[in-house]
Write a protein that binds this ligand. Structure first.
Ligand code: PLP
Length: 465
C-alpha cells in the first residue's frame, strides 16, 4: 500500500494539495471508517458531514418556524430563512438574480417534471435529447408526444460515449425557429461520466433552442458558473451535492423562460387569486407559481449550510481530487489482465480524465472472456463492505449503446404479445439473448480517499483468474 501511494503521488502530485479533505474525512466524516464502509456510490448520493447536521439541528433548536404561507412572526422567520437559502443557491451558481430564479422541488426529477408538463410543446416544435439522459429527462418525451411535437435522440458513440459533432450540428439545424424547441442533455452523464461541452448551450441558442441542462451528476464535483454559461433550465438534487438533506432539489431557471411555461394545474401557494364561483385563477409571479403547496421549510435552510460547507472546502479542490483518484482507478483497472491475456474489465466511457467526471462504469470478464453478471459482482462487493451501483442507473440509452443492444432486438422484444403490458428484468434479459443488461458503476466523490480506491482495486484483483 505504501509503495502504491508513492507511485500514485508520483503520477498525480496535485493530489497532495487536497490533504485538507483527508483531515476533514478523519473528523467530519469519521463514521465512514468507523463503520468500515468503502463508499463508492457518490453519483447515487453524496455523504453529509457531521457538522452539517449539527448546524442544522442548532438552527432548528434555536428558532420557532411556522408555515410560510401565513404571515405571522414564526411564518415570517421561516420565509426569511427560505429566501436566504434561495439567494445562496443563486450566488453559489453565480447566477444574476434578475436573470435566474430558483424553484425548490423534491429532487431533480421533480424539477424535470415541472419543465416537461409546462413546456409549450406543439406539433411544429421539437424535443431533442442525447441518448445518455437519465430516465427523468427521457420521461419528458411523453409530454412532447402528447402535444404532437417531434421527439428525436442524438446518439452517443463508442468507445467514449460522446456525441459526434457533425450529428449535433445537423440536429440543431433542424430546430424550427417559429416554434418552441427544447434540447436536453446532461452536463455529466450518470452512466459514462462524460462531461458534454457547456459550449453547446450558446451554440444551440443561436439555432433557437431552449436548453435543459441536467446538472444532477455534474454539480457535486464541478462548479456550474451561470455567469459564463446560460442554460434556460437546470435541474439538480442537493443530496447528491452534499448528502443532507434528502428530499430537496431545485429548478434553476431563466426568468424569461419560466414565463413561457404553462402549468397544467394550480395548487395552494401558486396563485394570487383563485375563485370557485368565478372558475378562474391567477398565477403568482416567478418561483411561487411552481412550488406546489407547503415547501419543506424546515429542511430548505440546510441547503445553505450544505452549500457553504462545499465552499469552505472549495469546488476546485474537490474537482482536482476526484480527477486524481479517477485517473488512478482507471489506469489500474484497465491494466488488469487474466493470465490468458483477457482484460478483467471493459470500461464504458473515456479511459482518461479529459472532460469526464468521477464515475467509472465497467463490466467484468472471466479468463475466457465471458462477461460476469453485474449482480454477482455487487453481491461480492457487498460482502467486502464496498458500496457501488449496478444495473443501468436509469440511463437506458447509454446502456443500450455500451452493451450493444440493438433497435431490432428491442422492437422484437417490446412488440411480442406477452410483453404488451408487462416486462420483468428477467424477461428483458431473455429478449436480448442473455446479453448483459447492465454494468457496475464505481463513483468517486468529495471525501473519497486513496484507501477507498485501493480497496476496490484489491477487490478487482481478487477476481483475476
Ligand atoms: C444525471 C441525473 N439526472 C437526474 C437524476 C434524478 O435525480 P433524483 O433521483 O434525485 O430525482 C439523476 C439521479 O441519479 C442523475 O444522475
Amino acid at each position: 500500500m505504501k509503495n502504491s501511494y508513492t507511485e500514485f503521488i508520483k503520477r498525480y502530485p496535485e493530489y497532495e494539495a487536497t490533504a485538507s479533505i483527508d483531515d476533514l474525512r478523519a473528523t467530519d466524516y469519521s463514521r465512514i471508517d468507523r463503520c468500515g464502509h468503502v463508499y463508492l456510490d457518490y453519483t447515487g448520493g453524496g455523504l453529509y458531514a457531521d457538522s452539517q447536521v449539527i448546524k442544522h439541528q442548532a438552527l432548528l433548536l434555536d428558532c420557532v418556524l411556522g408555515n410560510p404561507h401565513s404571515s405571522n412572526p414564526t411564518s415570517q422567520a421561516a420565509t426569511e430563512l427560505m429566501e436566504k437559502a434561495r439567494s445562496y443557491v443563486l450566488r453559489f451558481f453565480q447566477a444574476a438574480p434578475d436573470e435566474y430564479d430558483i424553484v425548490f422541488t423534491q429532487n431533480a426529477s421533480g424539477a424535470l417534471k415541472l419543465v416537461g408538463e409546462s413546456y409549450p410543446f406543439s406539433p411544429s416544435g421539437h424535443y431533442l435529447l442525447t441518448f445518455d439522459n437519465h430516465n427523468s429527462v427521457n420521461g419528458i418525451r411523453e409530454f412532447a408526444h402528447a402535444r404532437g411535437a417531434t421527439v428525436s435522440y442524438l446518439p452517443v458513440t463508442l468507445p467514449d460515449l460522446r456525441v459526434p459533432d457533425d450529428l449535433l450540428e445537423a440536429a440543431l439545424a433542424k430546430g424550427n425557429t417559429f416554434a418552441d424547441n427544447l434540447f436536453a442533455y446532461p452536463a455529466q452523464s450518470n452512466f459514462s461520466s462524460v462531461k458534454h461541452p457547456l459550449e453547446w448551450i450558446e451554440r444551440a441558442h443561436t439555432y433557437g433552442w431552449d436548453i435543459l441542462l441536467d446538472a444532477a451528476a455534474f454539480a457535486p464535483t464541478s462548479l456550474l458558473d451561470l455567469s459564463k454559461h446560460k442554460p434556460d433550465f437546470v435541474p439538480l438534487s442537493f443530496y447528491k451535492m452534499f448528502g443532507y438533506p434528502t428530499g430537496i432539489g431545485a429548478l434553476i431557471a431563466r426568468r424569461d423562460k419560466l414565463h413561457k411555461l404553462r402549468r397544467p394545474w394550480f395548487a395552494g401557494g401558486t396563485i394570487t387569486v383563485a375563485s370557485v364561483q368565478g372558475d378562474k385563477y391567477y398565477f403568482a409571479e416567478g418561483h411561487a407559481a411552481f412550488e406546489d403547496g407547503t415547501v419543506d421549510y424546515l429542511n430548505i435552510p440546510a441547503v445553505e449550510i450544505g452549500l457553504s460547507h462545499l465552499e469552505s472546502i472549495g469546488m476546485e479542490l474537490i474537482n482536482q481530487r476526484v480527477a486524481c483518484l479517477t485517473g488512478w482507478l482507471l489506469e489500474n483497472l484497465v491494466g488488469m489482465k487474466h493470465s490468458t491475456g483477457v482484460n478483467l474489465v471493459r470500461v464504458y466511457g473515456p479511459t482518461d480524465t479529459v472532460a469526464r467526471g468521477g464515475a467509472v462504469t465497467v463490466n467484468f470478464f472471466d479468463r475466457d472472456g465471458n462477461s460476469i453478471d453485474h449482480r454477482y459482482i455487487e453481491e461480492l462487493a457487498n460482502r467486502h463492505g464496498i458500496s457501488l451501483r449496478t444495473g443501468c442507473f436509469c440511463n437506458p440509452g447509454a446502456g443500450e449503446v455500451a452493451l450493444g443492444i440493438s433497435r431490432v432486438e428491442l422492437d422484437v422484444c417490446f412488440s411480442s404479445p406477452e410483453h404488451t403490458q408487462r416486462l420483468t428484468l428477467d424477461d428483458f434479459r431473455l429478449c436480448i439473448d442473455g446479453k448483459s443488461s447492465g454494468a457496475v458503476r464505481i463513483s468517486v466523490g468529495m471525501v473519497t480517499n486513496f484507501n477507498d480506491v485501493q480497496a476496490f482495486l484489491g477487490f478487482s484483483e481478487s477476481l483475476l483468474n
